[in-house]
Design a protein around this ligand. Structure first.
Ligand SMILES: NC(=O)c1ccc[n+]([C@@H]2O[C@H](COP(=O)([O-])OP(=O)(O)OC[C@H]3O[C@@H](n4cnc5c(N)ncnc54)[C@H](O)[C@@H]3O)[C@@H](O)[C@H]2O)c1
Length: 351
């Protein structure tokens, strides 16, 4: 049977990396689904057509489908026609701040679109691994209840129970998620349910900050990409609360694609993984400024707003032990400085 991959959100950061990795490293025939909705969500700055063109240029036989994942009949027809051997579902409304202004678009895309994909997979190719991009926002702001220590440039967990970071057993309940976090919880849980109830080989990957040179970073989504862009353009970067010491763990999209390939090689049903860069790839905003400056030679221009973003994490990094235990051949290969170096190079080229 030919190896065929169907990727939703193929023009986005993760989708495009997955298309390239599975085509070039693993020999898959690749179908991408993307309607450039990112430009609708975020305006021209979020436009992903340049990435779609890159995939058409760099992947022989790449087939682009201009389809909205909210189109239930269209999704079903496409999945029945392609009958992919692997599905990676990475299309989403990805911003927690943006969701509040567009609650129906957000929920219909993140929850409804995910259900459309799952049900189409169940009807057309139930044996094909189904990888869903979830988010660490499913934990809401509950990680903020962990005791923290304030260090000179970052917040850190004071409770030794979290010295490896946040594990998959952490509560997703009874906290503030933002509407985005709530719609992603719905998608995450239904992906688990199709695994457990229908025994489909599904997993939900609860991403930390996913990043890399091919992100169309905007203020409301794509922290490192946007931060570097501001640095290069001498544009003001706005810090929202927590003294700029809030910590995120960052994982390069290549390491995301590599983990998906590991899962596809030995799929399980209804699993969840906290897919982040872990403590080693974590940084605060203040520390990220320093890193960006070290590669660009330009001082970061910033302002500080006292009010933090609703539901924003003070300190979050993923406990990677479950991923490493289930897939021992996988590990992080891209360090944070290397990732920032690549982001700088990419923005320079795009500008
Ligand atoms: N980037 C991050 O830091 C991060 C962190 C955690 C989780 N995630 C999750 O990973 C996934 C991918 O994120 P990303 O950073 O690549 O986002 P992205 O915005 O770069 O890519 C998503 C793509 O999906 C497309 N899309 C959106 N709605 C669509 C629709 N209705 N129909 C068809 N296409 C549609 C967009 O045009 C875009 O190209 C999302 O599920 C996101 O929630 C991302």
């Amino acid at each position: 049977m030919p190896k065929t991959l169907l990727v939703t959100g193929s023009s986005g950061l993760i989708g495009s990396e997955v298309c390239l990795y599975f085509a070039q490293e693993l020999g898959y025939k690749v179908h991408g689904v993307d309607n450039n909705q990112r430009a609708v969500f975020f305006g021209p700055q979020g436009d992903t057509r340049w990435n779609e063109a890159r995939l058409k240029r760099d992947i022989g036989g790449f087939v682009h489908h201009e389809l909205d994942i909210r189109d239930r009949a269209g999704v079903l027809a496409l999945v029945k026609e392609v009958r992919p051997t692997v599905i990676v579902h990475a299309a989403a409304q990805p911003s927690h701040d943006r969701a509040a202004a567009i609650p129906f678009d957000d929920f219909d895309t993140n929850a409804g679109g995910t259900l459309n994909m799952l049900e189409a997979a169940r009807q057309a190719c139930p044996e094909s691994p189904f990888v869903h991009m979830s988010t660490n926002k499913v934990y809401g702001d509950a990680p903020n209840r962990i005791a923290m220590t304030e260090l000179p440039t970052r917040w850190e967990y004071a409770d030794p129970a979290y010295r490896h970071g946040i594990a998959e057993s952490f509560t997703i309940d009874q906290s503030t998620h933002s509407l985005f976090g709530a719609s992603k919880v719905a998608g995450d849980v239904i992906v688990q349910e199709y695994g457990r109830y229908f025994n489909l080989p599904t997993c939900a990957l609860r991403g930390g900050c996913l990043t890399g040179p091919n992100h169309s970073g905007v203020e409301l989504h794509g922290f490192l990409s946007y931060l570097v862009k501001c640095n290069l353009e001498g544009k003001e970067y706005k810090i929202f609360g927590y003294k700029g010491k809030q910590v995120r763990d960052n994982i390069h999209s290549l390491d995301v694609a590599r983990f998906m390939a590991a899962f596809v090689g030995a799929p399980r049903a209804g699993e969840v993984y906290n897919l982040g860069g872990g403590k080693d790839n974590s940084t605060s905003i203040l520390e990220a400024f320093q890193l960006a400056e070290s590669f660009t030679g330009q001082a970061q221009v910033s302002t500080y707003v006292d009010q933090n973003r609703v539901g924003d994490h003070i300190c979050y990094y993923s406990d990677l032990r479950k991923m490493r235990a289930h897939y021992p051949s996988w590990d992080i290969t891209q360090t944070l400085p290397e990732t920032i170096r690549q982001i700088v190079a990419s923005w320079r080229q795009r500008r």
